[in-house]
Design a protein around this ligand. Structure first.
Ligand SMILES: Nc1nc2c(ncn2[C@@H]2O[C@H](COP(=O)(O)OP(=O)(O)OP(=O)(O)O)[C@@H](O)[C@H]2O)c(=O)[nH]1
Ligand SMILES: [Mg+2]
Length: 698
């Protein structure tokens, strides 16, 4: 039986932790060139002949004196969970800053391996890292790797096993004499408690207490030993502050660590001076105070143009393929229920969503490039001032833009907002950033009604949604969440050339997930919709019409009667009944019952809006979905189509997104508010738009 080794991967944000785990296993963790990509711990396994190595990817954390909720996740894991080895990853480009956290980890006195990542970039700069020096000075094994190029990653597993099988190395990190004196005294006092019998652990706790770690402080505060040490601790704070002329002992620790890491970097890293890096040169343009925002808007405009224009090329091929399949199936299967279930229910629905896969992939590719190159952090920085005017902070930009892809991870990304008010406002308006699954509906309506400037209209819809989100944020800030947003801190990483492998993998995963959803969930939902729109049978209606059709003299008359029959049957089906039941709600918006049912179906997942339309406009008609766009143009009134866009833009996101919101926001009041208000707002604005268009004679 293979032995299990538990490894925790820790490091500051954006050093390549997730990339490295992807490189050494077959995991496909999400990566991006800005801090705060990973917000939750994830487990990855690698198997060797004798060992089963379980590695936990943690969110990036700057220091044990934590700041944001996702850092708290990492800290809690590091302090409270059981594991065998720590893998501490640092970015070779920012060695001394990264080592600040390594020193805190070393204080824990656990088995640890230091992995210096991104050595490819150091090579490019013509620099050199001395691994041996680092090993000697820190007293732990060091590996130089490049997660991007896969260099050195093959040694990681064996190094972990070696570390697991050797006793913990001796501590090599000592603070200055006056600090060490207090650490020793405090840890001796702590050792009197059964919780801190182990002198190494007592030393760590002593350091954390002197470093003013609130979490550790709270724990000790509730233990009996507190009575013995609290006076001693207070005295030490006072003495140390006076001796070092600092306001807080945590500053003293921070200064000491700066001195140590600076020294480490001097010894271990040799990099030639560069006057102005390429990143700085690019930034002179891209984050220019005047042109920065217009350039950003132009890039987004370009993205939506491409999404529409390139994405629409394969659309006809896909549609054609499914129609051919439907025709063929309809031909080889005997006429009847099963035939109709497949050719009028499942295939048109799957067709209606898969048709838009290319558009969705282009949008995702664009957003991914934004993340991978490092432009996201810059855009956040650019937008900070603008967002502040609306009561949001610059960091909210990242979840907001991620919302264009999918609302679920976007809600999770809002964890990087430390201030609870900032977080809740961001989450309440995040749904207005139209996700990728809503794209098919827009593309469908735009193709039907705006064939001239499709890309511009699409861009307008997305910008319109975003702008509405900002206005609502402003209202929420003024009415419900008074106060200023937290000042914005986000590190600006250097530009990085995106790794094609990771871009491609990401798109491939998205495609697989999308097709799986189309083949399972969408197909299943289509069966239900087909059933509800085909039953109950009405032999009387059929009989009446059959007689009429027989009596008709021209083919044209026959066709008209045939269509009338189908419409009649559909209207008298279960779904027709349901449609009529909800009709009063949607009638003021000009929706027919098919649109109303599709909108309701969209509460499950936004893809089901087009798939339901695909089925409902196909049931009773022979053939499949071919020309859904044409059918939409023929059956839907222009004003109602625009009202539909408004509804889709604003109303509740899918159930998956809603449950993520509920999981992230514990307060019932906000959950209830979130469940109701977007739907009310969506209806009101759609009503307004519908009537304004009516006044203008559309
Ligand atoms: N040149 C180069 N880039 C790398 C390397 N490893 C990672 N990157 C890039 O660095 C960025 C950050 O990588 P991630 O793996 O997301 O970093 P992380 O540490 O998981 O970040 P958080 O989850 O935000 O804490 C990405 O753009 C990666 O493509 C490397 O070895 N060389
Ligand atoms: Mg990560």
């Amino acid at each position: 039986m293979s032995k299990k080794i538990k490894v925790v991967v820790a490091g500051q944000p954006n050093v390549g932790k997730s990339s490295l785990l992807n490189a050494i296993s077959d995991a496909k963790l999400h990566t991006g060139n800005f801090s705060g990509v990973t917000v939750e711990k994830t487990i990855v396994e690698i198997k060797t002949d004798d060992y089963n190595i379980e590695m936990v990817d943690l969110p990036g954390i700057y220091s044990l004196n934590v700041y944001t909720p996702e850092e708290q996740v990492a800290k809690n894991y590091l302090l409270n969970e059981k594991y065998d080895v720590i893998i501490n990853i640092v970015d070779a480009n920012a060695l001394s800053r990264n080592l600040m956290f390594s020193l805190q980890l070393l204080d824990m006195q656990k088995k640890m391996i230091l992995i210096v990542n991104m050595v490819d970039e150091i090579d490019k700069k013509g620099g050199k890292i001395y691994k041996d020096k680092l090993e000697t000075l820190l007293g732990i094994p060091v590996l130089l790797v490049s997660a991007k190029e896969g260099r050195g990653v093959d040694k990681i597993a064996s190094e972990i096993i070696k570390s697991y099988n050797t006793p913990s190395p001796k501590n090599k990190i000592y603070y200055s004499e006056r600090v060490e004196l207090r650490i020793d005294r405090l840890s001796l006092a702590l050792q009197k408690s059964p919780h801190f019998k182990n002198p190494l652990y007592a030393r760590f706790i002593a350091i954390r207490l002197l470093d003013k770690d609130e979490d550790v402080y709270k724990i000790i505060h509730d233990l009996p030993i507190w009575i013995e040490i609290h006076e001693m601790l207070e005295k030490m704070y006072k003495q140390l502050d006076a001796e070092f002329d600092e306001d807080s002992t945590s500053d003293i620790f921070s200064n000491e660590r700066v001195a140590i890491t600076h020294n480490l970097e001097m010894e271990a890293l040799d990099i030639p001076e560069i006057k102005e890096t390429l990143s700085e040169k690019i930034d002179n343009i891209l984050i220019h105070p005047l042109f920065g925002i217009p350039i950003f808007l132009f890039l987004m405009w370009g993205l939506f143009q491409t999404t529409f224009i390139l994405g629409n090329i394969p659309m006809d091929w896909i549609d054609g393929f499914f129609s051919t399949v439907a025709d063929y199936i309809s031909f080889i299967l005997p006429k009847g229920e099963f035939n109709s279930l497949l050719t009028q229910g499942v295939i048109p629905a799957v067709d209606a969503v898969v048709m838009f896969l290319p558009n969705i992939l282009i949008l995702f590719l664009g957003l991914n490039l934004l993340e991978q190159t490092g432009y996201m952090a810059r855009a956040a920085y650019l937008m900070d001032g603008f967002l502040k005017k609306f009561g949001l902070q610059g960091k909210a930009f990242v979840p907001l833009v991620s919302g264009f892809g999918c609302t679920v991870p976007a809600y999770m990304a809002a964890r990087t907002l430390k201030n609870p008010k900032d977080k809740i406002i961001t989450m309440l308006v995040l749904g207005f950033m139209s996700c990728g699954a809503r794209l098919p509906i827009y593309v469908l309506i735009i193709s039907a009604f705006f064939p001239k400037h499709p890309g511009n209209v699409l861009f307008g819809i997305y910008i319109g949604g975003a702008f509405l989100g900002l206005i609502v944020a402003k209202i929420l800030r003024t009415v419900l969440f008074k106060g200023e947003p937290e000042p914005f801190v986000m590190e600006i990483p250097p530009y990085r050339f995106p790794s094609f492998k990771s871009l491609f993998m990401d798109l491939w995963i998205k495609t697989k997930m999308f097709l799986k959803k189309a083949g399972t969930f969408i197909a299943g939902a289509a069966m239900i919709i087909w059933f509800l729109s085909t039953y109950p049978h009405h032999p009387n209606i059929i009989k009446t019409y059959e007689n009429k059709i027989e009596l008709a003299t021209t083919q044209k008359q026959k066709n008209i009667l045939h269509n009338e029959l189908n419409a009649n049957l559909l209207a008298n089906s279960y779904l027709g009944d349901f449609g009529k039941f909800i009709e009063p709600v949607f009638k003021p918006l000009g929706f027919d019952w098919r649109m109303s049912v599709s909108v309701i179906a969209g509460l499950a997942a936004k893809e089901t809006v087009v798939s339901t339309m695909g089925t409902l406009y196909a049931v009773g008609n022979n053939g499949s979905n071919k020309g859904l766009i044409k059918k939409v143009r023929k059956n839907i009134d222009f004003k109602a189509a625009i009202a539909l866009i408004v509804i889709i833009m604003i109303y509740s996101p899918c159930v998956a997104a809603m449950s993520t919101f509920y999981a992230e926001v514990p307060q019932w009041i906000w959950r209830t508010f979130y469940t109701i208000y977007p739907n009310v707002l969506a209806w009101l604005l759609a009503y307004l738009v519908y009537n304004v268009l009516k006044i203008f004679g559309y």
